[in-house]
Design a protein around this ligand. Structure first.
Ligand code: FAD
Length: 471
């Protein structure tokens, strides 16, 4: 049965039918407005998102996911799919629709002898890292431990191991997917290979992934990592030295340039708290003595540097950015790739960084290259393989106060990057329209995604994402 969503009466009727349908066959929890957990479960990581779904379907099993997809489709009620809830624009929650929440599906099975790990779609990065590090292994994941593996993997997944081991998608072996017609498929190089291609960067457009199988790689358990900080007065010299040093660095090193006000954390000298700083964050995951030699020139640069680099457990490193991005902060992201940190790009970034108003806002530029760039540009939908840096300009505050100012700052900074922008990472987009989605993929990859979309979701059931329109 398909109902007309444009008519409020019909929509309410469709919701009632959908909920009744779920109540008949659902092992997990159905959370509706008024339930004690509703206001907690409808919130996502970005505190500025405030939506009210008709029901949150907390799936306990793959059968629940299939039931929820079928009911949503039959009633034509909007479906949002939630993994870790970290989508910047809050795409994993909707008004007046069904949220298919995978957050309790957290099974992880490490098979060290086969070099594989299976993880369900509700697993968070820190949970997967803990399970794999127990046997000295890891999957290259992202940089904040409470992010969901599902959305991160489906968008590409960059992080501290990427120059050595590639993106998260480069270690995916297979995925189980519930498609728009409620069918469960396995996608891999040999099973539904077009779907497998689309899922490695194309986001949630083609179905709901219920579990991922990744290759494991030996990592740590100790890495050489952390932050180097300088006052922003030294910015031009620091950044120029950094870009030349980083360009020559071996693949075991992944770095990011950070421009922000120094947060008032115990590990940062108090005279820097609140002051604009230039930071170089790095993670060396190779042989440690060699890493000391590689990092030494950057650590010794200038006379005002603060050195927070040390040997530490990989697990600790994976959580070191967590305090900067707690759940509930209000955030507006404007992202762009650049080919290089040219003098002109550095000038734009430093000029605008000096105008940051909030201790939560900042600019982070992740150095690509290495293993990321060695995978062919058309082998996956991820559009930034040959970019030099992924730049994210984040306007953020603890709540509504001052948010508008920071959002304007982020937009202005991004606009000033104008001619230097060379693509964008899909997972960093806000709700910015079709043109930006196409920009993220580039014409050729986008066209191929459209063909996959037409085959697996021709009616665009899965549209609350960075949407690819069916060909
Ligand atoms: C604090 C923070 C740090 C970040 N750091 C990094 C980083 O280091 N590296 C990086 O690559 N990215 C990073 N990101 C971006 C991140 O990858 C995306 O926000 C990603 O979408 C989050 O995944 P999630 O499952 O938590 O999000 P959700 O909001 O749950 O989902 C995001 C999107 O994926 C869809 N989706 C979720 N689960 C499924 C599923 N099982 N099947 C199909 N579709 C699904 C949703 O419908 C939604 O469209 C970061 C984001 C935040 C907020």
């Amino acid at each position: 049965m398909t109902m007309q969503v444009g008519d409020p009466g019909a929509h309410a009727g469709a919701i009632a039918v959908a909920v009744a349908g779920l109540e008949r066959a659902f092992d997990g929890q159905l959370v509706r407005p008024g339930a004690a957990a509703y206001d907690v479960l409808r919130r996502v990581w970005n505190g500025s998102i405030d939506r009210h779904p008709a029901v949150i379907a907390r799936c306990a099993s793959v059968a629940d996911v299939i039931a929820a997809v079928r009911v949503g489709r039959e009633t034509d009620v909007p479906i949002a799919v939630r993994g870790g809830g970290h989508s910047f624009p809050g795409l994993s929650v909707c008004d007046d629709g069904v949220v298919i929440d995978l957050g309790v599906m957290k099974d992880i099975r490490v098979d060290a002898s086969a070099g594989r790990v299976h993880a369900q779609a509700g697993v968070l990065l820190g949970e997967l890292d803990r399970a794999t590090q127990a046997c000295g292994q890891a999957v290259p994941l992202g940089s904040v431990s409470h992010t969901g593996i599902a959305g991160l993997t489906l968008g590409g997944g960059f992080g501290w191991l990427m120059r050595r081991l590639g993106l998260t998608i480069d270690q995916v072996v297979a995925m189980n997917v519930v498609t728009a017609d409620g069918e469960l498929l396995r996608a891999s190089e040999t099973d539904d290979p077009d779907l497998f291609w689309g899922l490695r960067g194309g986001g949630g457009n083609f179905g709901i992934v219920t579990d991922f199988e990744y290759r494991l790689q030996p990592v740590g358990p100790t890495v050489l990592s952390g932050l180097l900080l300088w006052p922003q007065e030294d910015g031009v010299e620091v950044v120029r030295f950094y870009r030349d040093w980083a360009r020559e660095a071996p693949d075991e090193l992944t770095t990011a340039l950070v421009l922000r006000r120094a947060p008032a954390l115990d590990i940062i000298p108090s005279d820097l708290h609140g002051r604009p700083v230039v930071g170089v964050a790095s993670c060396w995951s190779g042989e440690l003595d060699r890493g000391e030699a590689v990092l030494e020139p950057m650590r010794r640069f200038g006379s005002h540097g603060v050195d927070l680099v040390s040997r530490r457990p990989y697990l600790e490193h994976q959580a070191f950015l967590d305090p900067s991005f707690p759940p509930g902060i209000w955030i507006h992201s404007k992202a762009a790739d650049v080919n290089a940190l040219t003098d002109a790009v550095v000038d734009v970034l430093l000029t605008h960084a000096a105008r940051i108003g909030s201790d939560r806002s900042g600019i982070i530029a992740w150095q690509l290259g290495g293993a990321v760039a060695r995978v062919g540009e058309l082998e996956t939908p991820f559009g930034s393989r040959q970019s030099g840096y992924l730049v994210d300009i984040v306007g953020a505050t603890d709540g509504p106060s001052g948010f508008e100012r920071e959002r304007t700052w982020a937009r202005d900074t991004w606009a000033s990057l104008g001619p230097h922008r060379a693509g964008v990472y899909m997972n960093w987009l806000m709700d910015e329209g079709q043109e930006r989605v196409r920009e993220a993929y580039g014409a050729e990859r986008y066209a191929r995604l459209q063909v996959v979309k037409r085959r697996y979701d021709p009616e665009n059931v899965f549209r609350l994402n960075q949407n690819v329109l069916p060909a």
